[in-house]
Design a protein around this ligand. Structure first.
Ligand code: F6P
Length: 347
């Protein structure tokens, strides 16, 4: 049995833990493993290498991915489907394990429908893949964002400023919500809840009246403000920055827009910080290493059991698997009960 492993989409803390676990478990079962470089692109370029116990030694605590990654989609290339089938056949891989986010799971499902034996492992710091309680990478990102809030707190308090922290989360505000609660943010703004900027300013004013001359706002990059507030196009907001290779709009900039609007409307000195790729980099947390390891071991068991067209998932602390079709049927947006917990502190 020859297994090809690829990591696709944005990098994420814990990817190497999954690769290591796949290779180790496969070794137990007598399966061969091959690392495909740079996601799906590596299949097209025929760029892969056999992995050994040595190649995955000492990588559990390393950020990024030793295999490299890309947002290359075979199905967005000319004759993509035929080329994919031809290249997979030439590779000699009996099955592929695709470790990726929501965009990559869509590609995995298309590959499965085209006849490729494939298994998905859910990865994203955004935690927005449906059917799994958590994706690895999220826990590390939340800790990084929480630490950033703590650091912004000191400057906010010393300078009597409003600090806006923009975190990742294109369709779901999980990082904003969790880090906002953990870091003691005064307002959290997420894509799932359209917010009025004037309501945010009311919170800042009420804090000011209570002698709190500083505030912390956490905003997810994909957040929206109510239309009647937004007399400005996405383009003017500089939120629209073209599309990535999966055809998704590139985000970033909402924090600066919000900071400028708050200062203009309220007179409070306001500064924005975009946390950006810092959230995706560096050493994975213990939680993410463990989750990645469990996913990797389970993925190889799925190969053994012929469970193709499926994705590993975490449900009530058990690793299960669901169909890729179910996983991509919708996004896992924020649990609004948890948002209500954060709202208790918006004053
Ligand atoms: O998909 C995860 C994510 O972190 C999103 O929140 C963000 O919009 C995107 O990646 C940006 O990644 P890149 O610039 O690498 O495409």
């Amino acid at each position: 049995m020859k297994i090809g492993i690829l990591t696709s989409g944005g990098d994420c803390p814990g990817l190497n833990a999954v690769v290591r676990a796949i290779v180790r478990k496969a070794d137990h079962l007598g399966f061969e493993t091959f690392g495909i470089y740079n996601g799906w692109e590596g299949i097209f370029d025929e760029s892969y290498k056999q992995l050994t116990l040595d190649s995955v030694s000492g990588i559990i605590d390393r950020g990024g991915t030793i295999l490299g990654t890309s947002r290359f989609s075979p199905f967005m290339q000319e004759n993509g489907k035929d080329t994919l089938l031809h290249k997979v056949a030439r590779s000699g891989f009996d099955t592929l394990i695709c470790i990726g986010g929501e965009g990559s799971m869509h590609v995995a499902q298309l590959a499965y429908e085209a006849g490729v034996k494939i298994i998905g492992v859910p990865k994203t710091i955004d935690n927005d893949i449906y059917g799994t309680d958590y994706t690895f990478g999220f826990d590390t990102a939340v800790q990084i964002a929480t630490d950033a809030i703590g650091r912004l707190h000191t400057t906010a308090e010393s300078h009597h400023r409003v600090m806006v922290l923009e975190v990742m989360g294109r369709n779901a505000g999980w990082i904003a919500l969790y880090s906002g609660i953990a870091g003691g943010a005064d307002v959290v703004i997420i894509p799932e809840k359209k917010t009025k900027i004037n309501d945010v300013i009311e919170v800042l004013k009420s804090r000011y009246r209570r002698g709190k001359a500083f505030s912390i706002i956490v905003v997810a990059e994909g957040a929206h403000f109510l239309e009647d507030e937004m007399k400005i196009s996405d383009d003017e907001m500089k939120v629209y920055k073209g599309k990535d290779d999966f055809g998704r709009i590139r985000l970033g900039g909402i924090g600066q827009f919000l900071a400028d609007e708050i200062e203009r409307r309220s007179g409070f000195t306001t500064r924005a910080t975009i946390l950006g790729y810092v959230q995706r980099g560096g050493v994975p947390s213990a939680f993410d290493r463990i989750l990645g390891t469990r996913y990797g071991v389970h993925a190889v068991e799925m190969v053994r059991d012929d469970k193709f067209g499926r994705m590993c998932a975490l449900k009530s602390n058990k690793i299960i698997d669901i169909t890729l079709a179910e996983a991509i049927s919708q996004l896992k947006t924020v649990d609004l009960d948890i948002y209500e917990v954060a709202q208790v502190f918006f004053k």
